[in-house]
Write a new protein. Structure first.
Lengths: 352, 352
């Protein structure tokens, strides 16, 4: 069969060699003559997987001392609540920048544990840009933002400059570009974009946050529970952690985040140039805030829809539909998507 | 390589044909030329998986109308908290039977949302039996119990007779025996025993419980959130749901719960007969409360330890160590463990 160009927004493409190794481990893991998914999570073979996964996150993102990496369950959606519980402090107040669907959901959970100050929002403009020129209150316990907005195709180009603790949901751009982890008190990300398959969420927790005055937190939502047990308080999502580890190994072998960032810049530049130069298309997001991960665009002439979509199908391009809340098209160009696939898409756009 | 007899307590053995099909789907799912784990969870191919998994649960357990089946994340450990939030009502009081480690953890979370009445406990006897003769208060919002206690090897042989709503954590014996679901308001179970791999939890929710006066519940912990979205409020743990579906298909093909219950009874009878007849061994749990899933036993003469364990290794028997909190041995005989494996273990015990 011919190759599929997979632009799916997540769960998304991962490297072929990761699929191959994962597939083999389901039959026979580490030559144990047992499947990866039928062994105890307390066995030395699986404990080694968990430890390598945690340590690859630290290595690839240059995580400084004083931070703990956790692989948990529940998705970023449960992360919204865990963030609120673990970050709220004496002020009983948090600050949020609202840049889309996911940050809206995040701040909704924060309202359960304290006052929420939405200090900036692009909601009235259909979240088509990243707000600028906001003031960060000094009496909030933390500032939360979403680094990349998958649905609208916007991305922060700079880390907000703040004196209060900083939290970021990096679900859709973690491992795609270099970041200065030392600026953050908490980073979290659902796996199913650049890290691995759906089913686990990575948390990078500054240990210091546990030392503040904290509210009562249910056991499973408390980072302390998981830090004390090396991310194995209860049975972890074995397969999702294993495949994340394989994928992070692949990233390391291919030059790490610095190298992939260059490829990601190249892919984005190629596609956005076509969107800007081809009068049949227009971009959705403000040019200066365009996401390198998710390019959102529309046809200028809707009557070309059927023709364009039939050409996409012909070219084996998958997953290009925009999110149901925005419509149009969305090309997700995560780490494992080769430049070649973007070129195929651009060729189709040129030929329309 | 010779066959491994996998008595692991969970994650545990699943059928070989399930491993094979899961392994293939990682490379090419439904002939899409895409991996199961790189497609959108909103694609028709994955939505069909989720719907079949939910419907197989209903079919295999004869779930009556008026119940909704959900596949969520977080394990039974998060289920403890979700139970408390969703079941607490006007009485602000719950009743728990404490039969081991997991029920102890469950009632700890319940204390966050109301008063907890521990109506019976076998804690002082090292949880070696199931308490009897307790009184169930009529002013509690619900009664919670753990049907099978993996660590201590005890199992309820009857459903508690109660007029108040009944909740059961069935993590380690769901799908192993027929149950009358209509007696329960809520059943939940981590997948990693008889249902599938680690990474998802099944909830069988009586829709009626959502109609009572309810406390404020964080979005992700509220069953209503997930029921409204057909178990797809956020990205589900795709692989774990898929493999659970394959495993439930296997169970259906092999005669369903009624047929597997007979095999499970046969396996347990074979092993317990050896424990009782062989003076070198003694059982841990009270005879009348013995679990059909997890048989716990000890050597009567500890000096035989090294010899026994070397014979187990020689026979390719895996996962027989008791839980670290109890010691001794634990033979977990979940659905996919063949009678032949129990026979191999019994032969080793005879030969000691």
């Amino acid at each position: 069969m011919s190759k599929v160009h997979n632009f799916s927004a997540g769960p998304c493409i991962l490297p072929q060699e990761v699929f191959k190794e994962a597939s083999e481990a389901i039959l026979n893991f580490n030559n144990l003559n047992l499947s990866l998914i039928e062994i105890s999570h307390r066995s030395k073979d699986f404990v080694a997987v968990m430890e390598e996964a945690r340590s690859l996150v630290k290595e690839l993102l240059n995580v400084p001392d004083g931070y703990t990496v956790l692989f948990l369950q529940g998705g970023a959606s449960l992360g919204f609540l865990m963030t609120a519980y673990n970050m709220i402090g004496d002020h009983k107040k948090s600050a949020y920048i609202n840049t889309g669907t996911w940050s809206s959901k995040a701040l909704k959970e924060a309202a359960l544990v304290g006052e929420v100050d939405v200090i900036a929002s692009s909601k009235e403009d259909g979240f088509n840009h990243i707000p600028k020129g906001y003031t960060i209150p000094t009496d909030a316990d933390y500032l939360h933002y979403t680094t990349n907005n998958t649905i609208f195709g916007t991305q922060f180009k700079e880390i907000p400059n703040t004196s209060i603790p900083l939290v970021a949901d990096m679900s859709s751009d973690i491992f795609s570009q270099q970041i200065d982890v030392s600026k953050f008190d908490l980073i979290y990300a659902g796996a199913q974009k650049n890290m691995g398959p759906a089913g686990t969420t990575v948390f990078i927790v500054k240990d210091e946050i546990l030392k503040r005055n904290r509210v009562d937190i249910p056991t499973m939502l408390d980072f302390e529970t998981h830090i004390k047990k090396d991310s194995m308080f209860n049975t972890p999502p074995v397969f999702a952690v294993y495949v994340s580890m394989l994928n992070l190994r692949w990233l390391k072998k291919n030059g790490g985040v610095e190298a992939i960032e260059k490829v990601n810049n190249e892919k984005a530049a190629l596609l956005y140039a076509e969107i800007d130069n081809n009068p049949k298309f227009k971009g959705y997001a403000a040019v200066e805030d365009r996401s390198n991960m998710n390019a959102t665009f529309n046809l200028t002439d809707e009557s070309l829809k059927e023709k364009f979509e039939s050409m996409l199908k012909e070219a084996n391009i998958n997953g290009l539909n925009g999110h149901r809340s925005v419509g149009g098209y969305r090309a997700s160009m995560y780490n494992a998507l080769p430049l070649e696939s973007v070129q195929v898409l651009v060729d189709v756009m040129k030929a329309l």
